[in-house]
Design a protein around this ligand. Structure first.
Ligand code: TTP
Ligand code: MN
Ligand code: MN
Ligand code: MN
Length: 372
């Protein structure tokens, strides 16, 4: 290149994702995809520190308004270490990273990636299967020593459908179905889309909803009722319901990245009106008018709604950095239930997400700016 681009105002970019506006438009995908492979490989090898470092670096690159075209453009950016810079430089020079290529062709990485792509199979189980010498789904399913739990059985049963991305149109259709159920059960309930689709993503791995009721305590019974209704409608393919273990007297929770205590369910639903003809490229001619979709529902009490909505909207990196920012910069503890001021020893109430950002002294970020 001949013309030198103006240097990025690197010093103005925060190390915290909650102080960067990150849309779904990622101009640095070539780099962030590579860094995410490195992060995942670290995760499989239980190197959490390095994993987080790669994820933070990828997140910074996602927030940039333009593609990185020269290594100098990354000077002054936060969270980019030596290793990340070397990967970026290699990609700039050769179009790919040799280290990433090596990981992608590694049998252990490929196998763990395959196994963890099954609903209900985490890194621990995947590792266990790998150490048994299992390398494929047919290996797993033929192994007498492997006992699949109910979730994993459904994961294998609906593998083709639930590993296929969910579109915005499909998310909308599911929203209508759930809204109808909620309306029929409790007309004054509040239902909202959350997760990746609330952030404006075009595709997702599931669809996330949050539901609450003005009547305190009523939210604890609404999920079992929704589940019952869907079962009667014949659209419930799998349901894992977890009753609330939320206890105000146990706040604040000090657990990092722990799941919240609200009533929730992880579902697989049958969605009618399949737009793709499944029979087209299928030797068995398995043409169906429906597909299976993963759906998550969470039901916090109304006075926790803003915290739950903020927590479930994500992205995961955005959430991590919100909590880290609260702890490191404000001496506060944030989780899906509450915001607690450690030195003042008091809870900060909130009815909207804007209240929480304001308590934290952060500029408000719209959901579509939280794709960190
Ligand atoms: P996901 O549905 O896993 O992720 P996503 O919607 O951002 O992206 P996609 O589904 O398209 O892959 O989680 C959404 C958010 O919900 C995420 O920030 C983590 C949060 N979450 C909780 O806070 N508690 C929970 O128990 C679960 C399951 C998720
Ligand atoms: Mn989701
Ligand atoms: Mn807890
Ligand atoms: Mn989810």
């Amino acid at each position: 290149g001949c013309s030198t681009p103006p240097p990025a105002p690197a010093s103005s970019i925060s190390q915290y994702a909650c102080q960067r506006r990150t849309t779904t438009e990622n101009r640095n995908r070539i780099f962030t995809d590579a860094l995410e492979v490195l992060a995942e490989s670290c995760e499989f090898n239980e190197m959490e520190g390095r994993c987080l470092a790669f994820r933070r670096a990828a997140s910074v690159l996602k927030s940039l308004p333009a593609a990185v075209q020269r290594l100098e453009a990354t000077r002054g950016l936060p969270c980019l270490g030596e290793h990340t810079r070397a990967v970026i430089e290699e990609i700039l020079q050769c179009g790919h990273s040799f280290e990433v290529r090596k990981i992608l062709s590694d049998e252990r990485y490929q196998t763990l990636k395959l196994f963890t792509s099954v609903f209900g199979v985490g890194p621990k189980t995947a590792e266990k299967w790998y150490r048994r010498g299992l390398r494929s789904f047919s290996d797993v399913l033929a192994e007498p020593g492997v006992r699949l739990n109910r979730m994993q059985q459904s994961g294998f049963l609906h593998y083709g459908d639930i590993s296929r991305a969910v579109s915005k149109a499909e998310a909308r259709a599911l929203g209508n179905i759930i809204d109808e159920a909620v309306r029929a059960i409790t007309p004054d309930a509040q239902l909202a889309l959350t997760g990746g689709f609330r952030r404006g993503k075009e595709f997702g791995h599931d669809v996330d909803f949050i539901v609450t009721t003005p009547e305190q305590g009523r939210e604890e019974t609404i999920l079992p009722q929704i589940i019952q209704r869907m079962k009667k409608q014949g659209i419930l393919l799998y349901s894992d319901y977890q009753a609330s273990t939320f206890d105000v007297s146990k706040l604040p929770s000090h657990r990092f990245e722990a799941m919240d205590h609200f009533a929730k369910c992880f579902l697989i639903l049958r969605l009618e009106g399949n737009q793709v003809d499944a029979g087209l490229n299928n030797a068995e001619g398995d043409s169906r008018s429906w597909r299976a979709v993963r759906v998550d529902l969470v039901a916090p009490p109304m006075d926790r709604y803003a915290f739950a909505l903020l927590g479930w909207t994500g992205s995961r990196q955005f959430e991590r950095d919100l909590r880290r920012f609260a702890r490191m910069e404000r001496q506060m503890l944030l989780d899906n239930h509450a915001l607690y001021h450690k030195t003042k020893k008091e809870f900060l109430a909130a009815t909207t997400e804007k209240d929480i950002f304001a308590h934290l002294g952060l500029e408000y970020m719209e959901p579509w700016q939280r794709n960190a």
